[in-house]
Design a protein around this ligand. Structure first.
Ligand code: FAD
Ligand code: NAG
Ligand code: NAG
Length: 455
C-alpha cells in the first residue's frame, strides 16, 4: 500500500511505499478500527468500542489536549446513552440544568424569552450545559491512554480490499480494517478521501463546494466568578442570555472576514486582540462583556469562524466520517455535541452487527448503513440550526420580525409541539442494557440491530 497524496502544502508531494506486513492484512478475523481525532466524536466512539470489545487506536494531532473553552449542551437525545455507559453521575456533577434563554437588545431592554420547564417530566432529563473541556476530560478519562497516539497529525490515507492505512506528518503509519475520520470540520480524512474520489470521478458535485460564508465568533469559559459581583450565577438553574445589538452588528470587511476565516480555519485560541478590545463595552446581564473577558484566562478564549455545511459523502469502502467531519452545523442550538455523540452510537451499533463476521463486503455495508441511518436526522438538524441562527443572530428586517413572532406571538403550545416532535429521536446503544424510558413523551422506536451469523 502506498500513499501518493500529501495535502499539506508546505511539503512537496512525494510517493511513499509502505511496509505491507501489518498483522491485520494476514489474519483479518478480528476487527481493528483506526480513529483519526480525539474530539467528542472520536472519544465517544472509542468508549463504545471498548464496551463492544473491538480493538481500536486513536491518532490525535495535538501533543496534549488543550482545554479550549466553550459551552456544550446535552439533552434527552443523548443523556440516555450516558446512563447506559454509567457516566451520568459525572456528567451531572460537571453541569447545570438550563431552562430559560433570555433575549435582550444591546441596551439590555428585554426582547423576550424562550423557556422549556417541562423537559424533566416530558423527556425524563433536564437540558444540561457544561464546559466543553470538562466533557472532553470526562470522556478522555474513560479511554486507556495507550490507545491514544498523541502528537500524530494524519496526512494521507490509502485503502484496498484488504485494509486501510494512514500516514502521519512524521511518517508513522497505522493500519486497520476501518478508518473513522473524527477529525473535525477541517478533517484530513475527508480532504484526502474527497481528493481521491474526485480523481476517480466519484465525488458528487455537492461535495465540491467550499463552506458557506459565516460568522466570526468569540467563545470562552471564565474562571470561577465572584457571586457578589456577578449576580445570579449561584442559582440552581443556568440560563442563556442572547444580546442583539440595536445598531448594525459588528461586521468585518470582506477582506477581514476572509482573513479571519483563514486564520481560524481551526478552532483555536488565536483570538484577535482587536476584536476583544472592540467588544469590551457591550452590555450583558453580568456587567460589561469586558468584565467577563477579564475573568477569563486568555487561553480559554477562542475566535472561531462559524460555518455551516452538510456533506453528502460520509462513507466510501472502508473509510467513514463522523461528527464535524461530515456536518458542521451552526452551534447556536448546541447541536455539535449531540450529533457527534449520536453518530458514534449509530456507527458502533452498525459495527456490532457485523462484528462476528467482518468481511470486506459486510464492513462496507455497515458503514453505508450508518450513513443511511443518520443522514436524514442530521439534515433536519441542519435546517433547524439555520432557523435558530436567524432567530438568535439575525439583524435584517425579516429576521427581526421572525424573532418577534417566535418570542411574542407564536403560542407556547405550538412552540412546544415542535420541541416534542424533535425530541422523539433518541437512539440507544444496541449492545448495552436499554435504560427504561423516564418521561411521558413519546420516543421513536429503536431500530432493531441484528448480528450477522458467523460462517
Ligand atoms: C474550541 C472549540 C469550541 C467549540 N465550541 C462549540 C460551541 O460553543 N458550541 C457547539 O455546539 N460546538 C462547539 N464546538 C464544536 C463541537 O465541539 C463539535 O461539534 C463536537 O465536539 C463534535 O466534534 P468532533 O469530535 O467531530 O470534532 P472536534 O471537536 O473538532 O475534534 C476533532 C479532533 O481531531 C483532531 N484532528 C484534527 N485534524 C487532525 C489530523 N489531521 N490528524 C489527527 N487529528 C486531527 C483535533 O485536534 C481534535 O481533537 C467547538 C469545538 C472546539 C474545538
Ligand atoms: C494506494 O496504494 C496502491 C498500491 O500501492 C497505489 O497503487 C495507489 O496509487 C495508492 N493510492 C493512493 C491514493 O495513495
Ligand atoms: C437536543 O438537542 C438537539 C440539538 O439542539 C435537538 O435537535 C433535540 O431536539 C434536543 N432533544 C431534546 C430531547 O430536547
Amino acid at each position: 500500500m502506498s500513499f501518493v497524496y500529501d495535502f499539506d502544502e508546505e511539503e512537496p508531494v512525494r510517493s511513499y511505499q509502505a511496509e505491507l506486513d501489518s498483522p491485520y492484512f494476514t489474519t483479518n478475523t478480528k476487527l481493528h478500527v483506526l480513529i483519526s481525532g480525539a474530539g467528542i466524536a472520536g472519544l465517544m466512539l472509542a468508549i463504545l468500542l471498548e464496551h463492544l470489545d473491538i480493538s481500536y487506536e486513536i491518532v490525535e494531532r495535538c501533543r496534549e489536549m488543550k482545554p479550549l473553552g466553550s459551552v456544550m449542551c446535552l439533552n434527552a437525545s443523548v443523556l440516555p446513552v450516558f446512563d447506559q455507559l454509567g457516566l451520568t453521575k459525572e456528567i451531572l456533577a460537571a453541569s447545570k440544568p438550563i431552562r430559560e434563554f433570555n433575549f435582550f437588545r444591546g441596551s439590555m431592554k428585554r426582547l423576550g424569552q424562550y423557556s422549556d420547564h417541562t423537559a424533566i417530566e416530558r423527556d425524563g432529563y433536564e437540558r444540561l450545559v457544561l464546559s466543553r473541556p470538562r466533557l472532553h476530560e470526562i470522556l478522555m478519562s474513560k479511554v486507556p491512554p495507550e490507545k491514544i497516539h498523541m502528537g500524530k497529525k494524519v496526512k494521507a490515507l490509502n485503502q484496498s480490499e484488504d485494509g486501510v492505512g494512514l500516514r502521519c506528518t512524521d511518517k508513522t503509519e497505522f493500519y486497520g480494517d476501518i478508518l473513522v475520520g473524527a477529525d473535525g470540520a477541517y478533517s484530513a480524512i475527508r480532504q484526502n478521501l474527497y481528493f481521491q474520489l474526485k480523481q476517480k470521478g466519484l465525488l458528487p458535485e455537492a461535495d465540491t463546494r467550499a463552506m458557506s460564508k459565516g460568522f466570526v465568533c468569540l467563545v470562552g469559559v471564565t474562571s470561577a466568578l465572584d457571586p457578589s459581583f456577578f449576580q445570579g450565577i449561584e442559582e440552581q438553574y443556568s440560563s442563556g442570555s442572547i444580546m442583539i445589538s440595536d445598531n448594525s452588528p459588528y461586521t468585518l470587511s470582506e477582506k477581514e472576514s476572509e482573513e479571519a476565516q483563514f486564520r481560524t480555519s481551526e478552532w483555536g485560541p488565536e483570538t484577535s486582540d482587536k476584536i476583544l478590545g472592540q467588544v469590551g463595552n457591550y452590555k450583558t446581564p453580568f456587567g460589561s462583556l469586558g468584565d467577563l473577558i477579564r475573568a477569563t484566562p486568555r487561553e480559554l478564549i477562542s475566535q472561531v469562524f462559524l460555518e455551516d455545511i452538510l456533506y453528502e459523502t460520509w462513507a466510501h469502502e472502508r473509510v467513514v466520517l463522523i461528527g464535524d467531519a461530515c456536518h458542521k452545523l451552526l452551534p447556536n442550538a448546541g447541536q455539535g455535541a449531540v450529533n457527534a455523540i449520536q453518530d458514534a452510537v449509530i456507527l458502533a451499533n452498525c459495527l456490532y452487527e457485523i462484528k462476528p463476521n467482518p468481511t470486506h463486503d459486510n464492513l462496507v455495508r455497515a458503514l453505508h448503513t450508518y450513513r443511511d441511518e443518520r443522514y436524514s436526522h442530521v439534515k433536519t438538524q441542519h435546517s433547524s440550526s439555520q432557523l435558530s441562527a436567524k432567530i438568535q443572530l439575525g439583524h435584517n428586517w425579516g429576521e427581526k420580525m421572525l424573532r418577534y413572532f417566535i418570542l411574542n406571538i407564536l403560542p407556547k403550545k405550538m412552540q412546544m409541539r415542535q420541541v416534542v416532535k424533535d425530541s422523539a429521536y433518541s437512539p440507544l446503544v444496541a449492545f448495552l442494557p436499554h435504560v427504561p424510558r423516564r418521561g411521558y413523551g413519546t420516543v421513536l422506536p429503536q431500530r432493531e440491530w441484528v448480528q450477522v451469523d458467523k460462517i
